[in-house]
Each structure stands twice: as C-alpha cells, then as structure tokens.
Design a protein around this ligand. Structure first.
Ligand code: 5AD
Ligand code: SF4
Length: 469
C-alpha cells in the first residue's frame, strides 16, 4: 500500500528524468476474457490516459464494453480540477455500489487526478470500502499489478505515488479515433499557479524525448491518421527540463516533417510562448492556426495573486503578435471568475480584456478552492450569488464574440477534417476547420477521414453549417 501525500507532491528535485519502457504483466486469470468499462472525466491528457488504460486491459485479454451492467471490471479515471468534477465521480461510485450488490464479483477501481488527493484517498479508505483498488497518475503502467494484488489479497488495494521522475514509453493504447490522435509531449507542471491542483496531481514537469514523440507520429502517419494533438499542461515549456537548446518551435519543425496533415497543440502558457514558436506556427503549413491561450483574469492584481507571471499588457502584446503573424488564427482562452478577493473593479478589467481581445471562444469557470493550494487559504469574501452573476455576465460577452467570430466564416471555403456522422443530424457529417471550428457538413458521399473543402453557409453560436464543394 502507498498513500498520496500533498507535501511530497509539491517537491521538485533536480534529478534527471528516468525513461523506462513498459513491461507487460499477466493479468489474473479470473479476468481474462471478461469485460471492462472505463469512464474518463476531465481534460485531453486524462482522455489519453483513458486510451492507455483500455489499451493495457485489451492487450491482457479483456474486452471493452460500453454497458455498465455487462462489466466485470469498472475503472473511473477521474479529474480533480474543480469540485464539480469530484461530485460527478462520487455520484457515479454510488451507482456502482448498487450494481455490486447484485454482482458481488464486480471489481471497481479509481485512478487519475482524484486518486492523487490525500483527502479523497482517506475518504475512500474510511467510507467507500467497496472501492477495490486505487492507482495514481504516476503508476498507470503498473495497473495490472495493482488489480492482481487486489484479487490475490481480497483487500482494498491503494497504490498511489506522490511524485515521479519517470516517463514510461510504450504503454499499449486503444485510441478512440482512427483519424485524430493525442500525443503527450510533456507531463506534469512546474508552474504552481496558486489556484491549481495539477502540479500536485500530475507531478514534476517531464518532457518526453523528441525521438519518441517523432516516432509515435511517424507510426500514426503510417496508420492513416490525419491529425495529432501535442499534449501537455503547458506545451510551450517543452524541452526546458531535457535539452539545453531544443524547444517547442524545434519540435514543431521536426513533427511537421513526418508529413502528418494536421498538428495541434494544447495547452499554452503565455509565459513560455516565444517568437520562434509563433514563427513556426505561421510558417509550417501543417501546424494548425489555433491557439488556446488561457488568460484567467484581466486584473493585474488578481493575476499576481494567481501567480500567473504576466500582466494584462504582456498578455495583450503576445496575443496581438500571434494574431498578426498567424494567418486566419483563432485564439481561445480560459477565465476564472470569483478568485478570492476579486472586486467588481477586478472583474470589470476581465470584461475589458475580453472586449479588447474578442476571443474566438472561451471556457469560463467559477473559482473552486482545491486541497492544499495557496489560493484555497485566501479569504474569499465574494458571495456565490455574486460569482454566479459575474459568470453569467462574462458568458454573455464571451458568447457574443464567439458568435461574431463564427459569423466571419460565412461565405468562406475552408478545409475541414471530417470525423464522422453529425451527432445532431445523421444526414450530415461533422468535422473541424483548420482553426478548430466545428462544422456540420452536407455531403452526398461519405468523406469521413478526409480533409475536404467546405463552403460555410451559416453560423450558429457554437458551430457552423456548410456544404462540401
Ligand atoms: N477553480 C476554477 N477553475 C480552475 N481552473 C484550474 N483550476 C481551477 C480552480 N481551482 C481552470 C483554469 C484552467 C482550466 C483548465 O481550468 O482556467 O486553465
Ligand atoms: Fe486533467 Fe487537470 Fe482534470 Fe487532471 S485535474 S484530469 S490534469 S484537467
């Protein structure tokens, strides 16, 4: 048994990254040929971990099911970013407890970011004894051992490490899409923004070796993939911990040479965004003109309290540079309202920066205090009612600009990567423009998996309608 410890999770050492290769372990015979159900919450990084959990279970002879009732093993791959992510997981656990009453052999495990939280694990040990096993973000590669031990000992098995210097290569993956693929480039985060739990749940910043990334993309190209998304909590810090002089700009150039038609990247932190990176995005035809650049707040006072390391002016300078240099770029952002002590004046500055930037889209959140983060200790004197009002006001403004951004696409002929049938209308297809706008497409033939020209006929608030030409 190993339990997470938030103080350990906070530590950063100067030790070099330890590259290890995945070693498979035989799964306990009682589960071979049986069915598994994996539910993933949270960000793209977690989605990708979900693909690995499925990859490992499938390679050990289990079969995926999307029916909870059929499952013999259920794994909840959790998110800890805000309290509501927690609530969803605990709600779902209740459902499984019920299922276990009629199916006592059903095994249930928790992993992902919530598993890294001390308070969550303590709660699981005291109140949720029906959870069979817990593993964390740092030992996904050891998942089979964790499950086997639970079966052998017939006891709740908790195996969570607080930090890691490891980067494990070659974990089997069962990818959701045949056309678009996630590729991790940097794990963890060393930024420690005062509100964020990620540096504790995902550990120290560790870049993957460039050769490993490029060889992953080369394989994806061979397998017919059309798009990769380079993933990290802060991709712009890529290489800093590994190479004296090789950055995201260099990685863009090398990944571009693989011939993959589309390269995306998330998430960017303004602090590490260099001119060389902007140049690479604007020059390389297969690096897509889309940047997700979280601002969080428009008030310098709040940005300082958040530990964001830039001022509103510095953000704006970077923002304008990207807009000027990258043709047709769309820029989205994240904004938190109701950070402890945020005054009406601070909030007005956030509205101001939204009016100045006119973001193509924004994800907006109410501040949620997270265990052991510095911001959780700050006095929070803004009422929930006020926070909700601010969120509502912000959303109205953000939606106005994303609508305007979509309206500007009407009449243009744009390239779309078609991913399949439209969810809303089976007679149409859905795909994404180069600048990452969702389009519902009329086409007389099935063009799934292809990049096609689409004339944009109509703009909605969150999507476009178009016709293949
Ligand atoms: N409360 C609210 N929003 C948060 N985010 C991160 N931590 C918190 C928190 N404690 C938001 C930030 C980040 C996005 C992924 O989630 O805006 O960019
Ligand atoms: Fe992803 Fe952060 Fe949520 Fe973890 S806490 S799943 S890293 S968004």
């Amino acid at each position: 048994m190993n339990l997470p410890n938030m103080l350990e999770a906070k530590k950063r050492d100067n030790l070099e990254v330890n590259n290890i290769d995945y070693k498979s372990t035989l799964l306990d015979k009682s589960l071979v040929g049986k069915k598994y159900f994996v539910r993933t919450y949270g960000c793209q990084m977690n989605e990708h971990d979900g693909e690995r959990i499925k990859g490992v279970l499938s390679s050990e002879g289990m079969i995926e099911t999307d029916s909870l009732e059929e499952a013999d093993l259920v794994i909840l791959n959790t998110c800890a970013i805000r309290e509501n992510a927690h609530d969803k997981v605990f709600g779902f656990m209740g459902l499984i407890k019920k299922l276990k009453e009629s199916k006592p052999d059903l095994l249930m495990g928790i992993c992902g970011c919530m598993a890294q939280e001390e308070s969550v694990v303590n709660e699981i040990m005291s109140k949720y004894k029906y959870v069979d096993f817990v593993f964390g973000t740092h030992n996904l590669d050891d998942m089979i051992n964790v499950i086997n031990t639970r079966i052998k000992t017939n006891k709740q098995n908790i195996e969570v490490y607080s930090n890691s210097n490891n980067v494990c290569e070659g974990i089997p993956e069962k990818r959701e899409s045949k056309y678009t693929a996630w590729v991790d480039i940097i794990l963890g985060c060393d930024k420690f923004c005062t509100y964020c739990i990620v540096p504790y749940t995902r550990g120290k910043q560790r870049s993957r070796r460039k050769e490993d990334i490029i060889s992953d993309v080369e394989k994806l190209v061979k397998d017919g993939y059309k798009e990769v998304t380079l993933l990290g909590q802060n991709v712009n810090a890529y290489g800093k911990d590994l190479y004296p002089d090789y950055t995201l700009a260099d990685l863009f150039r090398d990944v571009s040479k693989t011939g993959i038609p589309r390269i995306r990247f998330v998430t960017s932190h303004p602090w590490d965004f260099t001119d060389e990176m902007i140049d690479a995005i604007s020059e390389l035809p297969n690096v897509m003109p889309y940047v997700h650049l979280p601002i969080q707040s428009g008030s310098d006072r709040i940005l300082k309290l958040m530990g964001r390391r830039y001022t509103k002016e510095e953000y704006l300078t970077l923002y304008n540079k990207i807009r000027e240099k990258v043709k047709g770029v769309s820029i989205t952002t994240d904004i938190i309202v109701g950070f402890p002590g945020e005054t009406r004046e601070d909030f007005s500055e956030t509205l101001d920066i939204v009016n100045t930037c006119k973001f193509d889209g924004a994800f907006t959140f109410i501040f949620s205090p997270r265990e052991n983060t510095p911001a959780a200790l700050l006095e929070d004197n803004v009422s929930l009612e006020e926070k909700n009002e601010r969120l509502h006001e912000l959303n109205e403004l953000v939606n106005k600009y994303s609508n305007e951004s979509n309206q500007r696409e009407v009449g243009k002929v744009v390239k779309c990567l078609v991913l399949g049938k439209s969810e809303k209308d089976e007679s149409k297809y859905m795909g994404y423009t180069e600048n990452n706008k969702l389009v519902n497409i009329v086409s007389d033939i099935d063009v799934t998996g292809e990049i096609v020209d689409v004339k944009i006929d109509e703009a909605k608030s969150f999507s476009l309608n178009g016709t293949r030409v």
